[in-house]
Design a protein around this ligand. Structure first.
Ligand SMILES: Nc1ncnc2c1ncn2[C@@H]1O[C@H](COP(=O)(O)OP(=O)(O)OP(=O)(O)O)[C@@H](O)[C@H]1O
Ligand SMILES: [Mg+2]
Length: 360
């Protein structure tokens, strides 16, 4: 799939701007703080329904304005789309695709898929389990809305269970019948999530392993590390597991087991990457995981996603850069950089020089 044209009005530091993209490489360059990432953020919004960095949608509206308006034209192998988004000061977003309102933001993922790479992706390897869960959840949710629905249901119930556990602990009570109601709901949603995560990790492991091997000759292994270690990952199996541990959770006053504590184990050349891999090896592993995610989208949807590379070229050494350039040569990619020396590519490369919220 590819994006053709982006129009921005009162979005971030853009008053009014229009960009027409090449179906291949688009190189967005300019000095710090002039608005390069804002462009990628706008495209990402159309794929994911929310910004990859803003806490509130209101931040997206240009200072002093009361509404931002964005339009994105894009195509996949079967048809053309025009998507229109208005973000109002109340923080509400209204989105139309081909002039039909999109009722739920999660529906956007049915249309446009993107994979964003940024320097913060190093956290995938180095950071807390939160970053790896977020990677898994966002990757699977992009393709399976039912996963997102289970995830939201799970977290809603988890919150209720946690307040109950807290109250039980405070009152010194031994139990409460509602606890098993929450555990049943968590087991039902949790078993679906665990199954999807295990399957996704297998996919990512084999693709990322091959990619890391191609880039650096190193052996990358990614394993799913579920918080609940039980042989029977069915709703019943998980319920038994949770029920057997009710006492302990009441004692501690919070939920101790479940997908909210899952993680991925990442090994480079047999050693745990978080602890032993060099910064460069960690970066390569993160890149391999993101490329694997792009391949996964292609496998499932039959469409290669739009790649958004935010400021990562300067962080890669020459051989990794060359690998990446080769890999993305026939794909659409938006690359930001402060450094024009990194521009490479043929006649299909389009350059955007960004200065103070303008393409000049
Ligand atoms: N709501 C807003 N209204 C107006 N300007 C904004 C708004 N939000 C952010 N900005 C401005 O946008 C600029 C940052 O844009 P962006 O993050 O795209 O920069 P960048 O070109 O990617 O920089 P870097 O090279 O440092 O990553 C800053 O100057 C910031 O003040
Ligand atoms: Mg930036």
């Amino acid at each position: 799939m590819y994006i053709k044209r982006l129009k921005l009005k009162a979005f971030r530091n853009y008053a009014e701007e229009e960009l027409e993209f090449s179906p291949l490489t688009n190189f967005i360059y300019g000095n710090n703080a002039h608005g390069k990432t804002n462009i990628l953020e706008a495209v990402y919004l159309f794929a994911q329904g929310r910004s990859h960095r803003a806490k509130s949608d209101r931040e997206l509206i240009k200072f002093g304005e009361d509404q931002a308006r964005l339009t994105l034209e894009f195509s996949d192998s079967s048809r053309d789309y025009i998507a229109d988004m208005r973000i109002s000061a109340s923080g509400r977003k209204a989105i139309n695709i081909n002039h039909v309102p999109v009722a739920k933001l999660s529906k956007l993922m049915n249309y446009l898929n993107v994979v964003m790479f940024s320097p913060e992706d190093l956290e995938l390897v180095k950071g807390s389990p939160y970053f790896r869960r977020r990677f898994i959840d966002s990757a699977i949710s992009q393709l399976y809305p039912s996963y997102l629905a289970s995830l939201m249901e799970y977290h809603k119930v988890l919150e209720q269970k946690n307040s109950l556990l807290k109250a039980l602990r405070a009152s010194g009570a031994a139990g409460d019948p509602t606890l098993s109601v929450w555990n049943e709901a968590l087991a039902a949603a949790g078993s679906k999530l665990m199954e999807a995560r295990a399957e996704f990790t297998e996919h990512i492991n084999s693709a990322a392993g091959r990619i890391q091997e191609e880039i650096s000759g190193e052996k990358l292994i990614i394993k799913y590390l579920p918080s609940i270690k039980c042989a029977d990952i069915t709703s019943e199996g998980l319920l038994d597991y949770l029920s057997a541990r009710e006492r302990r959770e009441i004692e501690l006053g919070s939920s101790q087991y479940g997908v909210q504590r899952d993680d991925l184990e990442i090994y480079v050349n047999g050693k745990e990457a978080k602890l032993f891999a060099s910064q460069g090896q960690q970066r390569t592993a993160a890149l391999a995981m993101k490329m694997a995610q792009a391949e996964y989208i292609e496998d499932i949807k039959g469409e290669w996603p739009v790649l958004l590379l935010d400021d990562i070229m300067s962080e890669l050494d020459l051989s990794r850069r060359m690998y990446l350039s080769e890999r993305i040569r026939d794909k659409q990619v938006l690359i930001t950089s402060t450094d024009t020396d990194l521009v490479e590519g043929g006649t299909d490369t389009r350059l955007f020089h960004i200065e103070n919220g303008r393409v000049i």
